[in-house]
Design a protein around this ligand. Structure first.
Ligand code: DGL
Length: 264
């Protein structure tokens, strides 16, 4: 059997985690990656909390056994805000890096004091998100905006190249508020699918804002937790993509190939 390096496993409900994978690749060219899309359960945004947490914890039992990852990146806000601690408790030998709404950097950076957090309905509902706002956002006004459609629009865009711009405009519109002559100046992209649509968001936004995409920060965090590699030899073994449905369509397979992943 050919020897393979222990991989970094990147996990999301769909294609959103690819926004994190592409940053991780740049920072860790010497690592092997396994990308897991839990497409059988997409979209996570609509799931009830307990059922979703149970599903993900049990899925990781199999994923860890099969792939023995050196580190796991939960590249999904909707999952991280509910299951991160449960995963760490259930699998203490595996380091987990999560993705949670970037409220702290937004609160530090805003000039107008008006920040919006754009996320799935699941992430908006979470106590975890409310706690982040209480902890970091108390000196500004943070508006939480739930989007039912953007994750699905990003999936369609990346698979088929088509996006309904009017739908994007309508989904982001509630992020923009004006108050006492001030305007929202930062929108936090608190779902890893959204950076794929950021150019359409810029185009359809009523005024320019800073869109915060946490992908690079997450990749840096993962890098900081891994032991340094002693040579610049390429990783042993292929980068692969796994769809939990077991039946990705042609567009899904092509997309993964485009990201240098072989569909297992
Ligand atoms: N990419 C996921 C996130 O970061 C969510 C998409 C979904 O609703 O499944 O929240």
């Amino acid at each position: 059997m050919t020897k393979t390096d222990r991989p970094v496993l990147v996990f999301d409900s769909g294609i959103g985690g690819l926004t994190v994978l592409r940053e991780a690749r740049v920072l860790m060219p010497d690592r092997r990656f396994v990308y897991v899309a839990d497409d059988a359960a997409f979209p996570y945004g609509a799931w009830e909390e307990k059922a979703l947490a149970e599903r993900i914890v049990s899925l990781f039992g199999r994923l860890i056994e099969e792939h023995d990852p050196e580190l796991v990146v939960i590249a999904c806000n909707t999952a991280s805000t509910i299951v991160l601690q449960a995963l760490r408790d259930a699998y203490p030998a595996t380091p987990f890096v999560g993705t949670v709404p970037a409220i702290k950097p937004a609160a530090e950076r805003t000039r107008s004091g008006l920040v919006s957090v754009l996320a799935t309905p699941g992430t908006v509902k979470r106590q975890y998100t409310r706690d982040l706002i209480a902890q970091w956002g108390s000196r500004c006004h943070v508006r939480l905006v739930a989007s039912d459609r953007l994750a699905g629009l990003a999936e369609t865009y990346m698979r088929e190249g088509f996006v309904d711009e009017e739908a994007v405009r309508a989904e982001i519109a509630p992020c923009f508020i004006e108050r006492d002559g001030r305007r929202t100046d930062i929108v936090v992209l608190a779902c890893t699918h959204y950076p794929f649509l950021v150019n359409r968001m810029r185009k359809t936004a009523p005024w320019p804002v800073d869109w915060i995409d946490p992908a690079e920060a997450i990749a840096r965090r993962a890098l900081s937790l891994l032991p340094p590699k002693r040579s610049d030899a390429p990783p042993q073994g292929e980068d692969i993509a796994i769809f939990t449905s077991g039946k990705p369509d042609f567009a899904g397979r092509r997309l993964m190939q485009g990201f240098g992943l072989k569909v297992a």
